[in-house]
Write a protein that binds this ligand. Structure first.
Ligand code: C5P
Length: 242
């Protein structure tokens, strides 16, 4: 996998027209395009086909969370849609994650299509210690809970997790070198931080052990998105080489 393949662009837009413009521009310079609830709910499943037809790989960020059978069946549908990766909430428990993995593998074997990576969402970065303890009734620190759920994701057969920059090292240490860690909250020194609270540079994030970086506004909002993507890939390369 080349370094650019490890860069995921967040297509946080409302319309397929805006998404296609970004994909056409960035396709040769990045690895994957992330479609989240905003674009998916606005344009429907066809948006995935449109991005595929431009040659882009898709991370479908719908954060599935329901009873095991329902999530399993949804995972089979996403496999038929030929996404490169999709995600589920680890809070749904091991049986739910196992069903997602099982239905994904079965659908892929049936269709002959490549198996999507199934990725877990652990503690959302909007949840702080107080919310975790007082509102959700979960004791311990956020970091402990993140590692606990990352281990559960791994033992349930998931390929990896989404993790904020500050969690990368602990998850890498707990789950080993082959576990996929996808990290948002990445900001090059030259870009605006926006509403991200705890950021790392692209070099720091890959050095800490991130497998993929998710970047949105520093690229999609740049005057020259291609140049911004190239700079970020260069910084990732530096991080890997030092
Ligand atoms: O524009 P920006 O680079 O901040 O976009 C980051 C992307 O990663 C957004 O799609 C955001 O929803 C997502 N994300 C995040 N923090 C998380 C999980 C996902 O920023 N903890």
């Amino acid at each position: 996998m080349s370094v650019k393949d490890r860069l995921i662009i967040a297509l946080d837009v409302d319309t397929v027209t805006e998404a296609e413009k970004l994909v056409a521009m960035l396709q040769d310079h990045v690895g994957v395009f992330k479609i989240g609830m905003q674009l998916f709910n606005s344009e429907g499943p066809d948006v995935v086909k449109r991005i595929h037809s431009l040659g882009g790989r898709v991370f479908l960020d719908l954060k599935l969370h329901d009873i095991p059978n329902t999530v399993g069946k949804a995972g089979a549908v996403l496999t038929r849609m030929k996404v490169f990766m999709y995600n589920v909430h680890t809070a749904g428990g091991s049986e739910m994650m196992q069903k997602a993995v099982e239905f994904t593998a079965a659908e892929s074997a049936k269709s002959g299509e490549p198996k999507p990576l199934v990725i877990g969402v652990t503690v959302l970065t909007s949840i702080n210690q107080k919310i975790l303890n007082d509102e959700m009734g979960v004791s311990g620190t956020v970091a402990d809970q993140v590692v606990r759920w990352a281990r559960l994701a791994q033992s349930s057969g998931l390929n990896g997790v989404v993790a904020s920059p500050k969690e990368i090292s602990a998850i890498r240490a707990a789950c080993g070198p082959d576990f996929v860690i996808i990290t948002p909250g990445v900001r090059p020194a030259w870009a605006a931080v926006n509403d991200q609270k705890r950021v790392m540079t692209p070099a720091e994030a890959v050095k800490a052990g991130a497998s993929y970086l998710v970047v949105g506004r520093p690229i999609t909002g740049a005057a020259d998105p291609v140049e911004a993507a190239k700079r970020i890939v260069d910084e990732m390369e530096e991080g890997l080489n030092c």
